[in-house]
Design a protein around this ligand. Structure first.
Ligand code: BDR
Ligand code: CA
Length: 312
């Protein structure tokens, strides 16, 4: 099985992705490490505990960074994910407790315990990973790879015309994470924002799995209200589940390779600028790290994979 750590800011699509990972027989989730993003970090940590309790999963949950690497506190995305992060659902206070370690420390500890075995799947802002790199500079050698949901390489952003939310939330951390010497694969808006999911899809999830799918369906109502504001059809986007689907079924995706830099200025904050090899003479890019960027996914097969996995 793929050993993963899920670094998350739950979040409706985070919840959908976490349950998808829990349900996947070929994935072993070593822990949930939380970070601020959709919601403040204390809420993110509580929400992660709640999701584990709902799924009956007894794994470590840690609380991580609560602010960007540089700059003031974040503004959060309650208007997308609801007051408590799960749409209209107000979760009961979890009965289980957090692992006392910070998210960054947990990531480092696990990487040392299972050298070369772990894929870090980051589906929130990247502060915990940046901090883990500072705690353990050898981290890139200790993990198998890093898969992130974030960025917008060749398409518009969702916070600004150029920036996607996870990267915009902590652009400096993202620049550190992208520059580290590990195998990094980015699932950005290039794929996730072109793969809408319908009300019939979330109903299917509920039909296949009353507890987990039911929770996703209920929380997704608010999420669909948000996403349907500027379009005719009623849909939502399960961004965060994509990197997990790719781990299990890489054949569903098309990837390209390029040098990446992250904008940290005012207008370009959080922009992921990807230069395919040999396309620019600028050393700012052609000496930058290369990453893999997902550009296409088989929508139908992906949807079926989610449904079949929730049914397990
Ligand atoms: C990303 O931002 C968050 O709102 C979602 O959970 C996802 O991780 C999409 O831009
Ligand atoms: Ca997220």
């Amino acid at each position: 099985a793929h050993k993963i750590i899920l670094d998350t800011d739950p979040g409706i699509d985070d919840a959908m992705a976490i349950f998808f990972a829990f349900q996947s027989p070929d994935i072993e989730v070593l822990g949930l490490t939380t970070v601020y993003g959709n919601v403040p970090v204390t809420m993110a940590a509580q929400n992660a505990l709640t999701l584990c309790e709902i799924a009956g999963k007894d794994i470590p949950v840690t609380k991580g960074v609560g602010m960007p690497w540089v700059g003031p506190e974040s503004t959060y995305a309650h208007f997308v994910h609801g007051e408590h992060g799960f749409g209209h659902i107000k979760p009961e206070a979890p009965k289980t407790e957090l692992d006392p370690r910070s998210s960054a420390q947990f990531i480092v500890d696990m990487a040392r315990k299972y050298p070369g075995e772990i894929t870090i799947v980051a589906i929130g802002p990247l502060g915990n990973l940046a901090l883990a790199l500072r705690l353990e500079p050898e981290l890139p050698k200790l993990v198998k790879g890093v898969s992130i949901m974030g960025g917008a390489a060749f398409v518009p952003g969702n916070v600004t015309p150029v920036a996607e939310a996870n990267i915009w939330n902590d652009a400096h951390a993202a620049e550190i994470v992208f520059a580290a010497d590990w195998e990094l694969t980015m699932f950005g808006l290039d794929v996730t924002n072109f793969t809408p999911f319908s009300p019939a899809f979330v109903e299917k999830l509920e039909e296949k799995n009353n507890t987990l799918g039911g929770f996703v369906k209920e929380s997704a109502q608010f999420y669909m209200d948000f996403y349907s504001q500027n379009r005719e059809d009623r849909v939502c986007f399960f961004h965060d589940a994509f990197p997990i689907a790719h781990l299990r079924h890489p054949e569903l995706f098309e990837l390209t390779e390029g040098h990446v830099r992250v904008g940290t200025g005012t207008l370009d904050r959080g922009q992921t600028v990807v230069a395919p090899k040999g396309t620019t003479p600028s050393p700012l890019w052609n000496e930058a790290n290369t990453i893999k960027v997902a550009t296409k996914v088989d929508h139908k097969k992906l949807e079926q994979l989610f449904i079949d996995t929730y049914a397990l």
